[in-house]
Design a protein around this ligand. Sequence first.
Ligand SMILES: Cc1cc2nc3c(=O)[nH]c(=O)nc-3n(C[C@H](O)[C@H](O)[C@H](O)COP(=O)(O)OP(=O)(O)OC[C@H]3O[C@@H](n4cnc5c(N)ncnc54)[C@H](O)[C@@H]3O)c2cc1C
Ligand code: FES
Length: 275
Amino acid sequence: MNYKLYLPTAAILEKVEAETHNIKTFFLKPAEPIPFLAGQFVELTIPGLGEAPFTPSSSPAVQDRMEITIMRVGTVTERLHALQPGAQIGIRGPLGQPYPLENFKDKEVLIVGGGVGLAPLRALLFALFADLDNYKKVIVRYGTRTPQDIIYKKVVEKAWGKAKSLDVMVTVDKGDEQWKGNQGVVTTILEKKYLKVAPSKGVAVVCGPPIMMKFATFKLLKIGYAPENIYLSMEKNMSCGIGKCGHCRLGQYYACKDGPVFSYDRIKDLPQIWD
Ligand SMILES: Cc1cc2nc3c(=O)[nH]c(=O)nc-3n(C[C@H](O)[C@H](O)[C@H](O)COP(=O)(O)OP(=O)(O)OC[C@H]3O[C@@H](n4cnc5c(N)ncnc54)[C@H](O)[C@@H]3O)c2cc1C
Ligand code: FES
């Protein structure tokens, strides 16, 4: 039995950085290294309160530290947002299945993120950046509600735009006076004029709120991506995280154990996948 599936590793909160009004990045130092692969998740434990699942947003190559970007939505995340550096929490995992990077080799990889959904994709981006020569091109299309909701602002606007084999575009539903970029939901920047790709030969990865995942997936299918080449991170309500409690049931699958990463062809005929 792998005891790490059940027993959290103690971790110290070293630093907290605010990303937006309701999203913070937590810099954690676990008592022992936690190796994970892009797409896998962990359960963060607050002693006496409970656990919640999150995907590390830091590089999988770094095992002695872990960054996790978290939106404040309810009980556990509210408490996490109130923590100060020095606090001790637990990290259980890694859990679930990673992105199958071997299927991405020599292909154009399109990453589509919505809101805080860019956070789980950041670990994947780090994994791709570490090996950029292995991929034809990495394209990022990211959408948020307003310019104030963009996470990793400095990196998104500066560093990513400069890498050669990297093509980044950001859109906001509604801009402000300073906003010079595209306005509209993320599917508007998946239009041909903004996306120079060969969809039938590429892979796409989508993460964000369910409604965004649904419309982004339909758009990708429309422009020619094959269902088996669209990868979705299914953030279903979870509890045990190890296929025992049934909370995350997705047809014949458990999102925690068989996912959270699924290619669209595996789940497309299941009921209520976008709920
Ligand atoms: C595999 C996985 C990876 C995730 N990665 C991240 C991440 O990197 N960053 C991040 O901010 N969030 C992530 N989430 C979502 C995160 O787990 C939830 O926001 C968290 O569990 C909410 O806990 P809470 O106690 O604060 O909220 P609760 O008090 O439990 O709920 C508050 C509200 O949030 C909704 N909610 C609760 N759990 C989830 C959930 N799992 N998914 C969607 N809505 C939920 C509830 O329906 C309710 O409306 C991930 C979820 C999964 C399953
Ligand atoms: S969270 Fe318990 S079975 Fe998936």
